[in-house]
Every structure is written in C-alpha cells, then in structure tokens.
Design a protein around this ligand. Structure first.
Ligand code: LMR
Length: 394
C-alpha cells in the first residue's frame, strides 16, 4: 500500500536547514529558519533554563505519567504570562502541547469538533505550515489580505474588506505579535477594528503567539491577545515556548481556550484533554516543567526576562543597522521599514531567482519569499549581505 502514497512537498523553511548543512563554504550566512542566534552564531541555552534543568535534575524523583492536560503549574504560569488579568482562571481551558505547532494543530481540531464545516481565514502571507496543517486536517482555508508589499505595512483596509466575508463560526487566524513572515503588526486601533468585525460576524479568533517578548517586550507583545480575550466571546490562543525560552527541541507549547461564559469551561477542558489523549496522550513534560520553574521562581524569572530583553534589543539593533546599511548602499530610504518591523522576520523585496543567486553565488540563505531571520545576522555579516543584495540588483 505504500506505493499509493504521493510524494510530499518539502517544507520551504526546513528544506533550507538541510541545504545549509550541506554547504561547506566558509562564511555562509543563515537567514533561514527562525532560530535565535547570538553574536557568535550559537543558539545558547538560556541561563535560567540551564539553572532550572540543574535544579530539576536534583529534585525530580520520577518520570512517571503526569496529568493528561499537562502539568497544572505550567498551565497556570503560562496562562498568567499570556493573558495577565484579561481573563479569570475559571474562564480558561488549557492543555500543554508539543510546541506551538502542536497547539495550532489542537486548536484546529477543537474548531473542527465544535463547528464542523467552519472555515479558517488565514492572512496572506502566513507561516507556510499553517496552510499545510489546515490542508492536512481538511479544513477550508480562506485567504485574507494582510500585508501591503508596496508600503511594507499591514493592509488594514484590505484585511477588513476580506474579513467582512466571515460567516458565524468561522475562525480568523491571527499572529499575536511579530508576524511571521513579514514582521508587520497591526497597531492597537487596527486590532480594535479587527475585534469589531470578528464580533459582528460571530467569528472565533485563533491567535498564534510564537514570539512573545521578541517585539516590544512581554507586556506590549501580549496586549493585542489580551484585548481580544477581553472582547470576544471565545478566543483560542496557541502559544509557543520554543523561541522566548530557547527550548526549541523540547517541544513546549500551550493551547488556551478563553471564554466569557465560564459555564462552558468544564466542557471545553474535557474536549481539549480528550484531544491530547487521542493525538499523543500525555504532552511532553520536561520543557514545560522548566518553563513553570522559571516563571514561578523570582530569581530565575528575573534572569530570564533580562536575557530575553537582551535578545530583543539585539534584534532591534540589528534591524536598525541593516536598514541604515542597505539605505546607504542603495542611496534611498526604502529599507527604513526594516527598523520599524518587529520580531525575528522581515521580507526583502527579492524574487525567488534572486534568492537562488544569493544562495549559489554568495552563500546567503533565506526563504524563497525573501523572508530573513534578523536574529541570524551579525554586525559583521550586514555589510556582506548589503553588498550581495546590491550585486543581485535589489
Ligand atoms: C520558522 O518560521 O522559521 C519557525 O517557526 C520554525 C519552523 O518550524 O518553521
């Protein structure tokens, strides 16, 4: 029966990791997969996480099963980190998931269970795996305009016009902050207009929050999610701990279902816990435990926040330097947007052919759509990148 399987297309981002690993050239520049790197090019284990691992190693007495929904301390700490005071615990159902991707998957399964036939409106562009998971689950994706490539900012008018087509029970996929792949986020007035249209149409927001703390800081980055959670009857939030805790391979994430009608909480919690059991039974625990230790210990938390802030500042500094260097190289301010965007990603105005030339002739790797991982840059690689971009005719 295996011969009946069709060949699967490579994930465009993960394919880059494989290509890069096989490239033996000195000085190759990796602006591909969204992984934070420090000035030495390493993706370090954060100090607080290392410390928590040490404490866990000393204290943990068993690896027996925990709770099917995930460690309650993790669920509680992450709920507070993401939602703050926007919802009471009694209005939130939650499960731990294998990474943010697992949370997105579980959110879509919940949607399909609760509202068969619901469509998911997805921004153009969005993370390629969103569309792949939707197709895998047989859920109809409806594109909505998000990014204006001319102005390098959110196409708010187009977005609202497209979302006017929502039907009751449809979901709207949103990036809570640090939009992947563009780095362009709505401002708070634009978020409020989005909330109004979703509520007017009876749609469910599904927020992917993978870069909390990488944009303008933990509180500012959570503001849109919290405003939505306060204003919409039901909100699904898929949050990842991969980037902001630097625990990518531990697969740590959470799905929060926030509801204004607390009478629905037990049913929602039951459905989410059931989905964990069906898909993988108990969620991964190691990363979740480290996160809850860091968030609930004053000293570890302070150190985590300080290190996260340093990572964030490094990315905004790199953005500024890249915008200045490219601006000077081409003699215009058309790259000023790079300094205004937030998070790990922005898009360069390059064609897939130029992306291929950058890879083949200059050993510079980026996604085929021109998305670059800002955190893959280094003060020393910005000038060579600018030179190569000029050479390919940007
Ligand atoms: C990315 O967009 O590069 C990251 O979210 C990693 C991934 O899994 O694609």
């Amino acid at each position: 029966m295996l011969h009946r399987l069709r060949a699967q297309a490579d994930d465009p981002i993960l394919a880059l990791m494989v290509q890069l690993a096989g490239d033996t050239r000195e000085g190759k520049i990796d602006l591909g997969v969204g992984v934070y790197k420090d000035d030495s090019g390493a993706t370090p284990i954060m100090r607080s996480i290392k410390q928590a691992e040490y404490q866990l190693w000393q204290a943990q007495q068993t690896k027996s099963y925990g709770a099917l929904a995930g460690d309650p301390a993790f669920l509680d700490a992450m709920r507070q980190l993401v939602l703050g005071d926007a919802a009471d615990a009694a209005q939130v159902a939650a499960i731990a998931t294998p990474g943010g991707t697992g949370a997105v998957h579980q959110a879509l399964e919940l949607l399909r269970m609760a509202q068969p036939g619901a469509r998911v409106f997805a921004p153009v562009p969005t993370w390629a795996n969103h569309l792949s998971i939707l197709a895998h689950l047989g859920i109809e994706a409806v594109p909505y305009r998000y990014y204006d490539a001319e102005t390098h900012s959110v196409d708010h008018t187009g977005m609202l016009a497209d979302l006017a087509q929502l039907r009751s029970g449809d979901a709207v996929l949103l990036h809570g902050c640090c939009h992947n792949p563009t780095g362009a986020d709505p401002d708070m007035a634009q978020w409020r207009a989005l909330i109004d249209v979703m509520n007017a149409r009876g749609a469910v927001p599904l927020i992917d929050l993978a870069y909390l703390g990488f944009g303008d800081g933990l509180e500012a980055d959570a503001a849109a999610t919290r405003a939505i959670a306060e204003s919409c009857p039901v909100v699904l939030v898929a949050a990842s701990c991969s980037k902001n805790f630097g625990i990518y391979r531990e697969r740590t994430g959470i799905l929060l279902a926030v509801m204004q009608d607390g009478a629905l909480q037990a049913r929602a919690q039951g459905a989410l816990t059931h989905l964990n059991r069906q898909n993988y039974s108990f969620p991964p625990d190691h990363g979740a435990r480290l996160v809850s230790m860091v968030l609930t210990d004053g000293a570890l938390r302070a150190d985590w926040q300080a290190e996260l802030e340093a990572m964030r500042h490094r990315m905004t500094d790199l953005r500024t330097l890249l915008a200045q260097t490219l601006g000077a190289a081409v003699g215009t301010d058309r790259f000023a947007y790079l300094a205004q965007h937030r998070g790990m990603f922005s898009r360069l105005p390059v064609t897939p052919e130029q992306v291929a030339t950058l890879r083949d002739a200059h050993a510079i790797y980026m996604a085929p759509d021109g998305r670059i991982n800002i955190a893959g840059l280094h003060t020393n690689t910005i000038a060579p990148l600018a030179d190569a971009l000029v050479a390919v005719g940007i």
